[in-house]
Design a binder for this molecule. Structure first.
Ligand code: FRU
Length: 484
């Protein structure tokens, strides 16, 4: 690597050291999620299985809790539970990536690890340029940059990024997030015989592509894969207006299901479906596990609302990644479950069978904490509404309206805010709570609510409540091990 790279990496290491104590003493540090050692983390990148390890990279600004010239931070794991910090994979040190090594993906080719990422450049006129770049590693830790392999094609702005590369039938494919000159968000497709020469095949989905009109001014972080016979395009459109319970976050993250014609390079698909109903989920990326499972990790964050400050910023860091999930395609819908490996975190199991919840707030022996997994199986729902309260957050299901609601304390600490979705019936709830994060899986992965929560960590009670009737449940609760 060149010396400018060494200097930048040295500065990042010094920043980690300088901030170590402050970061470590933050009570909102997480026990079993991937976090930045210091600074800001955003998208997961380069999720891949290589030489016996899962590798996961992430967008990282080591120098501040704001966005900036991104590095690729790097962790690896044998089991998706215990993650080890690796050396910094990419630093923004070349003319073609000087304002950030932006998001991208990884593939394994001829026993080498290939990273594809976007070089983000602000030119002398202050305009954005982007270059799709390649870096290669033999050991999975040290990467040699190869420079740009794709320049922005005619008809598109500098918002052209986030390459996701995959192989199908002896051809390499790449999907990219793009913006047309008319400010329409799209996903474009490239093909390659050898990973170096790339051929532009045009847009496969987006605003004003096929039957979709005006669906956002930019699409970020696409991913395309087949699951149980369906082709799924994951993507993050920017610029959708809220519609009832939908599109409540600043930017959206979801999928289109359909069928790709790999000869014509077209994709016929259904409507956009949001992947997660919580406040903090974006830029998810998948990979295929050695056993064939389609695994997904997302950024537990989103672009900041103006004036919204997260308390961890006072302690030198912000954001984390979600737990790894396994994806399934069943009866026309995407199912997301926490990976089975996470059961390794469980300890001190407590089980309460056939619990009857009424209008009184019900506390159960040994069911409390701020870092836990709780699983609730609903047997009989003879009430208007059921709720489970933990810390200063709660989950509610109203059976008359068929609406599930997650409520959290606002980051400012004043008042509550909600996210909602419709749900035909409630069969089970699985909550993963980790000091300042919550992931709620409903009906074995039919819907997920992912959010950060910043409340008084001494409030450890978990209680259950029913309105106008009673609900019968089995409740299992585990404390979860600290592995970070
Ligand atoms: C999504 C995103 C990507 C970009 C990266 C920069 O959160 O805006 O489109 O590559 O973040 O950090």
């Amino acid at each position: 690597m060149k010396s400018s790279s060494q200097a930048l990496i040295q500065q990042a290491k010094e920043k980690i050291n300088e901030m170590k104590l402050l970061v470590a003493n933050d009570p909102y540090r997480l026990d079993y999620h991937i976090m930045p050692p210091v600074g800001l983390l955003n998208d997961p990148n380069g999720f891949v299985y290589f030489n016996g390890y899962y590798h996961l990279f992430y967008q990282w600004n080591p120098f501040a809790t704001t966005h900036g010239a991104k590095f690729w931070g790097h962790v690896f794991s044998k089991d998706l539970v215990h993650w080890h910090q690796a050396e910094i994979a990419l630093a923004p040190d070349q003319w073609y990536d000087k304002n950030g090594c932006y998001s991208g993906s990884a593939i394994v080719n001829k026993e080498k690890l290939y990273l594809f990422y976007t070089g983000n450049v602000k030119n002398e006129q202050g305009e954005r340029e982007s270059y799709q770049c390649l870096a290669i590693s033999e050991d999975g830790i040290h990467f040699e940059k190869q420079g740009p392999i794709i320049h922005v094609p005619n008809g598109y702005t500098g918002h052209f990024r986030d390459p996701k590369v995959f192989r199908k039938d002896n051809t390499w494919y790449m999907v990219l997030g793009a913006q047309t000159m008319e400010k329409k968000g799209q996903v474009v497709l490239y093909t390659s015989p050898d990973l170096r020469e790339w051929n532009f095949q045009g847009p496969i989905a987006g605003s004003d592509v096929g039957e979709l009109y005006d669906f956002g001014y930019m699409w970020e972080c696409p991913d395309l894969f087949q699951l149980n016979g369906a082709d799924l395009l994951l993507v993050c459109p920017q610029g959708l207006s809220p519609q009832g319970m939908l599109y409540q976050n600043i930017f959206q993250s979801g999928y289109f299901a359909g069928e790709v014609d790999w000869k014509q390079h077209t994709f016929s698909h259904g409507d956009f479906v949001e992947m997660d109903r919580g406040f903090d989920f974006y830029a998810a990326q998948t990979t295929e596990a050695p056993d064939g499972r389609r695994l997904l990790v997302g950024w537990m964050g989103n672009a900041e609302e103006i004036g919204s400050i997260q308390p961890t910023e006072n302690n030198g860091w912000i954001h984390c990644l979600t737990l790894p999930r396994v994806l399934e395609w069943k009866s026309g819908r995407l199912i997301q479950k926490p990976v089975k490996e996470l059961e390794k975190l469980r300890q001190e199991e407590v089980r309460h069978v056939a619990v009857v919840v009424t209008e009184d707030e019900l506390l159960l022996p040994k069911v409390h904490g701020s870092v836990f997994e709780v699983k609730v199986d609903v047997h009989a729902f003879q009430a208007k509404e059921f709720s489970i309260h933990f810390g200063e957050s709660s989950f509610h299901y109203n059976i008359e309206k068929k609406i599930a609601t997650f409520t959290r304390l606002k980051f400012s600490g004043e008042g509550k805010e909600i996210r909602q979705c419709t749900l035909e019936e409630l069969e089970s709830i699985r909550i993963f709570k980790d000091t300042s994060s919550v992931e709620i899986f409903l009906n074995d992965g039919e819907e997920v609510f992912t959010s950060r929560v910043f409340h008084d960590l001494n409030r450890e009670e978990i209680y259950f409540h029913a309105e106008e009737g009673q609900v019968k449940l089995d409740v299992t609760k585990w404390n979860l091990k600290k592995v970070t």
